[in-house]
Design a protein around this ligand. Sequence first.
Ligand SMILES: *[C@@H]1O[C@H](CO)[C@@H](O)[C@H](O)[C@H]1NC(C)=O
Ligand SMILES: *[C@@H]1O[C@H](CO)[C@@H](O)[C@H](O)[C@H]1NC(C)=O
Ligand SMILES: *[C@@H]1O[C@H](CO)[C@@H](O)[C@H](O)[C@H]1NC(C)=O
Length: 364
Amino acid sequence: MKLLTTAFAFSLLLCTMQHGIARTISQEQNAKHLNKPMLPALLAFGDSIFDSGNNNQLQTMLRSDFLPYGEDFITHRPTGRFCNGRIPTDFIVSKLGIKELLPAYLSTNLSNEDLITGVSFASGGTGFDPITSQLAAAIPMTEQLEMFKKYREKVKGILGKRGATELLAQSAYLIVGGSNDLASPYFSSPLRSSRYDSSSYADFLLHSASSFIQELIQLGARKIGIVGIPPIGCVPSQRTLQGGFARGCASIQNEVAQIYNSRLTKKVEEIKKRHQNTTLVHLDIYAFLFDMIEHPTKYGFEVSYIGCCGTGLLEAALLCNPMTLTVCTNVSRYIFWDSFHPTEKAYSVLVNYIYENYFHLLVS
Ligand SMILES: *[C@@H]1O[C@H](CO)[C@@H](O)[C@H](O)[C@H]1NC(C)=O
Ligand SMILES: *[C@@H]1O[C@H](CO)[C@@H](O)[C@H](O)[C@H]1NC(C)=O
Ligand SMILES: *[C@@H]1O[C@H](CO)[C@@H](O)[C@H](O)[C@H]1NC(C)=O
């Protein structure tokens, strides 16, 4: 079946590259918090939004361990985070008083202290549909669970069996996924549309997300937040690829995201009924992010239709690199760093929203 020419698929793939890496950033930068943290650890799963460097260790084009990624990071060096600076998991551990940065599980030199205060298993480019991670050569969600099992063994080695069980039950687990499934070349191809319409594809993703959550519960997680799908049709690369001459938002992608999000809320209630001991929350960011993009000035931004890196129309991952001729002169004006990922400043606004609206549920 001639669905996509190789070149076309390749360019789409580049545009959907998303996730990142991080070479060990650890103790020195993790400020010593004098007050007791609100939670002992954070464990993060999913895609580039939470990837602090796992993809650095993979053979994938979806990397960001080169400048200009990281140019506004604390060290002003690239880490594999798909951003000019910190990503949501960094802001979250800092707000919780745990540490300043959440390291990647695949970092080469994590200390015991790094491990027991939490890590990220996330991998740029992954999704709830196994085809998505396959096309991106990213770490599939199922493999992230296997990594978590190995992590559990390490924690048992450090804290003993009882200590580990207690730590893992008290820690927060955050999951983010779905964006890459909708931005993937597979989603836009007849291969997908001949098999699934919007509603059934949303169900397929939801089924996968729900199995993931239930496996985490089986493995001892008791405080879980799952981030809904953002208005992915409105990120600069999707406007360029699917938004026509006017670069509007890609409507099918937003439609599937909205169907998925509304069903996720119901699914979360269903799972909670079966697991009374578990706190499970849908962190719904769709409407908030959509409003940020539509009304950037309300939030202290000026530009939301293009990214800061390069032309801002398509550049992400390998295309946003040291050879890129231009990076915008004032990144504070921009919601998007590259054509797919928010800037550090936009992430900080988004995390404040999530934190204020949902975290009391996870911390209590
Ligand atoms: C990890 O290794 C890197 C490179 O060898 C080094 O710069 C960094 O300080 C190390 N981090 C820790 C926590 O030891
Ligand atoms: C809740 O967890 C406790 C301790 O793990 C267990 O003894 C109890 O049976 C659980 N209750 C429910 C409703 O799952
Ligand atoms: C950069 O943009 C921000 C937000 O619009 C503005 O507050 C700041 O003054 C700008 N900085 C420079 C150097 O222009």
